[in-house]
Design a binder for this molecule. Structure first.
Ligand code: DX5
Ligand code: ZN
Length: 218
């Protein structure tokens, strides 16, 4: 972790990009480039074409700060143009939450097994929070995989933090894993192969319901 001083080119004369070189000559480590789309923020600045032009003149680290509504759409052009850093706003996911709600759906966020639970905290603590967190208990790809018990640490941490949030688990849930999930605090259980393959799906559903409700009484 080194010191990086990044002059913001927003304060430069946009008609004179040689000011970038001036800043580097002055000892700047990075050039901070503010990309605004006139929608996420009420201002319109520069985009990939300017990054591309600048890149022709310098090898400097271009620290791009994207104040745009759809950062995903910018990933490819910015990469091609030669951006070095691509910093997007966590608030963009909040915007997504608002939109989902406005269409009458409940927003939920999912995390893969490799993603730490802390990454969803900003989306739970925001003024427009998600209403459910889905903790993947297998890698999302197909049904019938083996439940990863280590994921229960995430469920426990989340349940400790949020008493009434819907916490869903998905992958490898069935008679032999339901108690682990339920006692960790999961209250929404996805089950594919176990239920569809059960001789009596109704009995398995009721067994899982019982496990969750017993654990939630305690
Ligand atoms: C996994 C999917 C699951 C899958 C679960 O990528 O998200 O919903 O259908 O299947 P089982 O319960 O068989 O693991
Ligand atoms: Zn699923």
């Amino acid at each position: 972790m080194g010191v990086k001083i990044a002059p913001s080119m927003l304060s430069s004369d946009f008609s004179n990009l040689s000011e970038a070189k001036f800043m580097l000559d002055c000892g700047a480590d990075w050039l901070h480039m503010d990309i605004m789309d006139g929608h996420f923020v009420p201002n319109l600045t520069i985009g990939a074409p300017v990054i591309e032009s600048l890149r022709k003149h310098t090898k400097a680290y271009l620290d791009c700060h994207l104040m745009v509504t759809n950062p995903i759409d910018y990933v490819e052009p910015m990469g091609k143009a030669g951006a070095s850093g691509f910093t997007f706003h966590v608030e963009v996911s909040k915007e997504l939450i608002v939109r989902i709600k406005s269409k009458g759906m409940r927003p939920g966020v999912v995390l893969k097994p490799g993603t730490p639970i802390e990454e969803v905290y900003p989306l739970i603590d925001s003024e427009n929070p998600v209403e459910m967190v889905l903790v993947m208990t297998v890698e999302p790809v197909f049904g019938g995989q083996k439940f990863i018990p280590e994921m229960m640490d995430k469920v426990r941490a989340l349940r400790k933090k949020c008493r009434s949030l819907d916490i869903e688990v998905d992958g490898g849930l069935g008679p032999s894993t339901i108690d682990m999930a339920a006692s960790a605090g999961a209250n929404c259980i996805v089950a594919g192969s176990s239920v569809f393959g059960a001789p009596e799906p109704a009995a398995l559903i009721s067994l899982m319901r019982k496990s969750v409700s017993e654990n939630h009484q305690n």
